[in-house]
Structure formats: structure tokens, C-alpha cells
Design a protein around this ligand. Structure first.
Ligand code: GRF
Length: 221
């Protein structure tokens, strides 16, 4: 039997990188048959860089402030990504709006995680908005990236109940816990071919994981 090469992941991050860490852990403990071949960050102080160093993962700092415009920044990113020959490009807290050209180039292989149950609350301040609305259920979504921000086909959502005592900080922490479960899971499905862009786009609702981590709605076949 010919051993299949591990799926190659490029991760894009801007900050702490706790989702990056969850993916590193899943690769290292064998839950994910993938290797992170490159981390790209756009901010010099991003703690994700430290995580990459600790785990021997190659990293590149491409500081958006060194570029005259979005187009040239995205072109530099695209070049670095292509050179790493990834199967999947994983945005893990990457805080830059991408140009349509960049998204078109990688569409179908480019995924993101967002801290809300999309299509609810695209954009920023999702926890505050869920609390203000009086929602009882909140969560996070892994989705394919398309040119419209936070609007691409969802792959999986992780849900949790909002308690009366919750505030923005407690929700942020609890949602991070959800994210760390669903991001490696979604990547595992992509690597195994259980879901792809077309199937995600065709399904009326995505797979769902509950607060205990149980898969209560599987991806549609
Ligand atoms: C996460 O909440 C993610 O949903 C959002 O940015 C945050 C990144 O957190 N896109 P971290 O850097 O992975 O800790």
C-alpha cells in the first residue's frame, strides 16, 4: 500500500493563535492527518509566531504596513502561500479584509472561523451583539471564504447556551472552547473528503456540534 502524503495546511493568523494551537495539537496527536507547512502573520507581535517557533513550524511575517495597498499585500501573501503548496489555507484569527482577487485564487481551499452562528452577526463584536439581542444560543462557524465577508458556505457550527450570568468575556472564553473543537474537526472532514465547497454550498444547513462536543447534525452526504 502506498502511504498517502499528509494534507498540507497553511495557517493565516494575526494575534494570539489559540485556534492555530488547537490545529497544531490535532496534527501532533494524530487526530488530524495533516501538517502545518507554513504560518503567515501580518502583525510583528502576533503570539502565533511564538507558537510556531515552539513547534518547529516555518513562519513568515508579512506586515501589511509595509505595503502601499491591499492589492500588493495580498499579492505578497498569495506568493508565500503558493510557494508552500498547501492543500488548505486556514484563517485562524486573521484580521484583514482580503481582496476579491485573493479569495478567487484560493476559493474552495480557503476557510475561516467566525465567532457567531452565521448568518447571524457577521463582522465584529459578535458576543456583545448576541447578548444585546437577548439570544439564548450562540456559537461559532467554520466556513469557506468567498468575497463577501463572513458569508461563504458554512461547514460546521458549534453551539452553546447563553447563561444569565454570561458577559462578553465569559462568552469569548466559552466560544474559544467551542472553536478549538470544531476547527480541527472541519479540517479533518476536508482532508478526508467528507465535505467540499460545492456540497457545503448546496446544503440548507451545516453540521452542528453541541456544547459537549457531540456531533448532533452530521455533514450532509
Ligand atoms: C476567534 O474567535 C475567531 O473566531 C476569530 O478570531 C478569533 C481568533 O482567536 N476569527 P485566536 O487568535 O485563535 O485565539
Amino acid at each position: 500500500m502506498v502511504a498517502r502524503d499528509k494534507a498540507r495546511l497553511v495557517v493565516l493568523a494575526s494575534g494570539n493563535g489559540s485556534n492555530f494551537q488547537a490545529i497544531i495539537d490535532a496534527c501532533e496527536n494524530g487526530r488530524l492527518d495533516a501538517e502545518i507547512v507554513l504560518l503567515v502573520v501580518n502583525r510583528p507581535g502576533a503570539y502565533a509566531l511564538e507558537r510556531a517557533r515552539t513547534h518547529g513550524i516555518p513562519s513568515r511575517l508579512i506586515d501589511h504596513k509595509d505595503f502601499a495597498d491591499r492589492e500588493s499585500f495580498d499579492a505578497a501573501m498569495a506568493e508565500a502561500i503558493d510557494a508552500a503548496r498547501p492543500d488548505w489555507i486556514v484563517m485562524a484569527g486573521f484580521m484583514r479584509i482580503l481582496t476579491d482577487d485573493f479569495v478567487d485564487r484560493f476559493q474552495g481551499r480557503l476557510i475561516n472561523i467566525h465567532p457567531s452562528l452565521l448568518p447571524k452577526y457577521p463582522g465584529m463584536n459578535t458576543h456583545a451583539r448576541a447578548l444585546e439581542t437577548g439570544d439564548r444560543v450562540h456559537g461559532a462557524t467554520v466556513h469557506f471564504v468567498t468575497p463577501t465577508v463572513d458569508a461563504g458556505p458554512p461547514i460546521v457550527q458549534g453551539r452553546l447556551e447563553i447563561f444569565d450570568k454570561d458577559d462578553v468575556e465569559s462568552l469569548k472564553q466559552r466560544i474559544h472552547g467551542v472553536e478549538h473543537r470544531i476547527y480541527p474537526l472541519a479540517i479533518d472532514w476536508l482532508v478526508k473528503g467528507s465535505i467540499d465547497f460545492d456540497r457545503a454550498a448546496a446544503q440548507t444547513s451545516p453540521a452542528v456540534v453541541d456544547a459537549s462536543g457531540a456531533l448532533i447534525v452530521p455533514p450532509s452526504p
